[in-house]
Write a protein that binds this ligand. Sequence first.
Ligand SMILES: [Zn+2]
Length: 351
Amino acid sequence: MQKSIERIAGDSDGVSYEFPVFRFDGADKAAPSAYLQAALHAGELPGVVAIDALMPMLNKAEAEGRIKGNITIVPWANPIGRAQYHFGEHQGRFHLGTRTNFNRGFPLLTAPDAKFLPDTTFGGADQRLKSRLVQLSLGHDIVLDLHCDDEGLAYLYVHTSLWPAMADCAAAMGVDAVVLWSEDTDGTFEGASIMPYQNASADVAKLDRRVATTVEYRGILDVDGALAASDAEGLYRLLAMRGVISDATLPATGPFKGVAAPLENIDMMPAPRAGAVLYDVKPGDRVARGARLATIVHAPGEADGRTEVFAPQDGIILTRRSRRIIRAGEDLLKLVGDRKSSDARSGTLED
Ligand SMILES: [Zn+2]
């Protein structure tokens, strides 16, 4: 394994950013290669500790000559967001300088070739970072972007062209749900990892070999040694199953038994009032249409001071907020419905 340091120039003299990259050289040039990154939203740490738990497994595989395909790992993908503290609170989701979500605005290349990357000399540090991350990931067959939600189940975003070919990956990782999306106009990292290949050719075999996903490792507080160990095992199983590493000792993984639903089935449930949220449901709960999901206490102690929110359809609770203060119009939770949501929003993944 080789470690190198990437440097991203800041936007003023005396400021620059660094992050480490680990590379394992595969012994078999025909084997699939893999790229893993974590903490693109810089405060989302379950993937960071999963990588920390995965590294000894990969080091062991390397020592035993079992690394077949190249592996590139970026455990801290966002040094800019990592350094952003605003009045003592960490802000790792949006770039403070531009208010842009760190998982938007990635270059969507017409083909998987670094020569199509935009010139970011004057584009801002966050654009230079995004361009570099895409460049680091280009050419890898498997691209995993490790995130987490507020409070949630373990789930994946997957482009419809890779489903159900990626069901084995979902099973290997042990996630509870898969959300399928089809269009990216915003430039998510996942979009930047799949759209160039969509445009490049209709080579079905190539797409069957390709893995690109945003992994939502539960909630922001689920940074835990036992979960990190089991997530690392899931990542390792995926790499072994897809032939990036070889491991004859691994038992077979059964079929994916979780929920797979299109993005348009998700109801986000905007809050009708501002106030304090009392949830009736938690991630993983199955709800029926009409079930109460939450009560917003907007005028405590007053008649009509509470507003209740009900499930618009049958489904499963995927996520909810980690904080209980809410403004009117902010989303209360993600309900993966059995049918298309009447509130279906356009766009890509919600991460
Ligand atoms: Zn995220």
